[in-house]
Ligand binder design. Structure first.
Ligand code: PEP
Length: 251
């Protein structure tokens, strides 16, 4: 039985002071809930404030990206050891906004995921097709390419720490959600790929989140699907009550 994991991707929202307020509200809204792993991924600048506000809480802290080198001349990037020192446990890698606006490729996603694992972080590796790819019946081909290339070179214990997020690009921030059946179909396909890459036992343990306009009203249905093991939540993670309602939908 896979334990569900729900993570909030705050994107480029919340100053450190605002993060402190939101974390306090989240702690209150999630009080008493322990059956689901929960994480929040604030912007880099709010990580120290969020870490402080999370002290003593089971809510995990995540970053929205991580560089593949441990240090060096990479202006504007953040290295895994810097995150580890702040108490960060997760790192989102290959979010579609990074792929679309910042030139992220399957190869760089792979380097980032491996660096995260090497530093003891849990990468949340995002994959998903655009609407054009779905309409051209390319969904499976795209997912296969992203999963194989993004996870190339992983081995052994890596598989037990990996989290994958299936995020159809057409559902992110659009209010348009994949149906339960569409999402389950993609998740089952990804799990099949993982069986061939990691073996059946490890594939059965890897958690695959759904992301894309997940809200309190649709979360329970999505989270009830056999291969959907949690959610990566954008917009709704900025409202404590909505985020908590989604988490409770998976409990
Ligand atoms: C995301 O950014 O990962 C996401 C799923 O966004 P939203 O929930 O707003 O669609």
């Amino acid at each position: 039985m896979r334990r569900k994991i729900v993570a909030g991707n705050w994107k480029m929202n919340k100053t450190p002071a605002e993060a402190t307020v939101l974390v306090a509200a989240l702690r209150e809204a999630l009080d008493g809930l322990s059956s689901v792993d929960v994480a929040i991924c604030p912007p880099f600048t709010a990580l120290p404030a969020a870490a402080e506000a999370l002290r003593g809480s089971a809510i995990g802290l995540g970053a929205q990206n991580v560089h593949w080198e441990a240090a060096g001349a990479f202006t504007g990037e953040i290295a895994a050891p810097m995150l580890v020192e702040l108490g960060v446990r997760y790192a989102i890698v290959g979010h579609s906004e990074r792929r679309q606006f910042f030139g992220e490729t399957d190869a760089t996603v792979n380097r980032r995921a491996r660096a995260a694992l090497g530093a003891g972080l849990i990468p949340i590796v995002c994959v998903g097709e655009t609407i054009q790819e779905r309409e051209a019946d390319q969904t499976r081909a795209v997912l296969e390419r992203q999963v194989r290339a993004g996870l190339e070179g992983l081995s052994g214990d890596d598989w037990d720490r990996l989290v994958i997020a299936y995020e159809p690009v057409w559902a992110i921030g659009t209010g348009r959600t994949a149906s339960d059946a569409q999402a389950q179909d993609a998740h089952a396909f990804i799990r099949g790929l993982l069986r061939s890459l990691a073996g059946p036992d490890a594939a059965g343990r890897i958690r695959i989140q759904y992301g894309g306009s997940m809200k309190p009203g649709n979360a329970a249905g999505l989270l009830a699907q056999p291969d959907i093991d949690g959610g990566l939540i954008g917009g709704a993670s900025l409202a404590a009550d909505d985020f908590a309602a989604i988490v409770r939908g998976g409990a």
